[in-house]
Design a protein around this ligand. Structure first.
Ligand SMILES: NC(=O)c1ccc[n+]([C@@H]2O[C@H](COP(=O)([O-])OP(=O)(O)OC[C@H]3O[C@@H](n4cnc5c(N)ncnc54)[C@H](O)[C@@H]3O)[C@@H](O)[C@H]2O)c1
Length: 327
């Protein structure tokens, strides 16, 4: 893709909910980038956020994508509408960052990829967790053979979410294990077989799961484990709030949200895990600077989003059939 030479890269948001707050801060901190405007389905929210972010409030998503001033669109709505708005933006020649889970199924993500490739545009999946220096260093150590033979990998997530927040999402298998899946794909590739379990432990009415675990076998014989829970926080010593571990015969690595904590609520979290905002910041910078400004390729692609989606669907199949699924 050609480098973008204009002085300022202008961004528009479709969707202005919670995650838009982190993206707005990230754009603001990216040199040579500006949030020009947003569209949100409910006008009350749209006006509030446009004022908060100091940007324009477009009357429709069509008006936003037709604005020749806008170079890149962030799709920050709920999962069900990602395909519609991503395609709309790509068809109007805009580069896109689309939040995770990227699509409802593999076919939807494939459609986005075809639309982006046809127009020679970047469509970056919102795989924010991999844009952390500790993750990038882990990948370098694995690729360089410095950890020896990899024997195990763990991705753990234990962050309490109240029922009213969880209700906006599709259950932790899709909402959270998607993060785990693209992290594993980035670090070690896809598993060859997988089995999963889920449970609903603290919701009164909401019927989706609030905890899920996955057990996997990797191509080289190593085993991997995921845990995703909205059911309870872990505030013990060295907590597994968000923790990624890779263990090899010659070394091991750790990434933890607990390396930086601010004692104040962070969006829907009981404390502010600074790495959460930091990872979105790094992701946005990668999209706008490394990919659009410098003409580089994304570190995590729609093909990786397709692999992650296949892992999610395999986990769902394993849960439904109570069996091990071959990928
Ligand atoms: N990367 C991360 O760490 C992370 C964290 C939280 C959420 N997310 C993702 O971001 C997206 C938004 O999540 P959120 O927490 O901001 O949710 P939210 O409910 O706070 O905001 C979603 C916004 O989308 C709008 N919306 C919902 N359905 C729509 C539709 N069909 N058409 C048009 N607009 C619609 C709503 O009006 C709302 O303003 C989701 O895909 C979610 O999975 C990612």
């Amino acid at each position: 893709m050609a480098k973008m030479t204009k002085e300022t890269i202008n961004v528009g948001f479709i969707g202005a909910g919670d995650i838009a707050i982190l993206h707005a801060k990230a754009v603001q901190k990216t040199p040579g980038a500006k949030l020009v405007g947003l569209w949100n389905r409910s006008q009350d929210r749209a006006k509030e956020r446009a004022e908060q972010f100091g940007c324009k409030n477009y009357v429709s998503p069509e008006a936003l994508v037709r604005d020749p001033n806008i170079d890149a669109v962030f799709v920050l709505t709920n999962l069900e509408s990602h395909l519609e708005y991503t395609k709309l933006a790509l068809e109007h020649g805009k580069h896109v960052l689309v939040e995770k889970p990227v699509g409802m199924n593999v076919g939807e993500i494939q459609e986005m990829k075809t639309a982006a490739d046809t127009k020679d545009l970047i469509c970056l999946p919102g795989h924010n967790y991999i844009y952390e220096s500790s993750m990038n260093r882990t990948r370098e150590l694995i690729d360089g053979g410095d950890l020896g033979k990899i024997v195990s990998a763990y991705v753990m997530y234990n962050i309490h979410h109240p029922e009213e927040v969880a209700k906006r999402y599709p259950g932790v298998v899709r909402q959270i294990l998607t993060h785990h899946s693209y992290i594993l794909v980035y670090l070690l590739g896809a598993p060859v077989e997988l089995c999963a379990m889920k449970a609903t432990l603290h919701y009164a009415e909401y019927t989706e799961e609030d905890i899920a675990m996955v057990q996997m076998r990797m191509k080289n014989g190593a085993l991997a484990h995921f845990c995703a829970s909205f059911a309870a926080d872990d505030h013990a010593a060295d907590p597994w709030t968000v923790m990624v571990k890779v263990i090899g015969t010659a070394g091991s690595t750790r990434y933890s949200y607990r390396d930086h904590v601010e004692i104040k609520p962070g969006l829907v979290h009981s404390q502010t895990y600074t790495a959460y905002q930091g990872s979105v910041m790094n992701e946005v910078r990668h999209f706008l600077i490394d990919c659009l400004r410098m003409g580089g390729q994304p570190l995590s692609t729609l093909d990786d989003a397709i692999t992650a989606q296949k892992m999610i669907e395999a986990a769902e199949e394993s849960i439904a059939k109570r069996t091990i699924v071959t990928m």
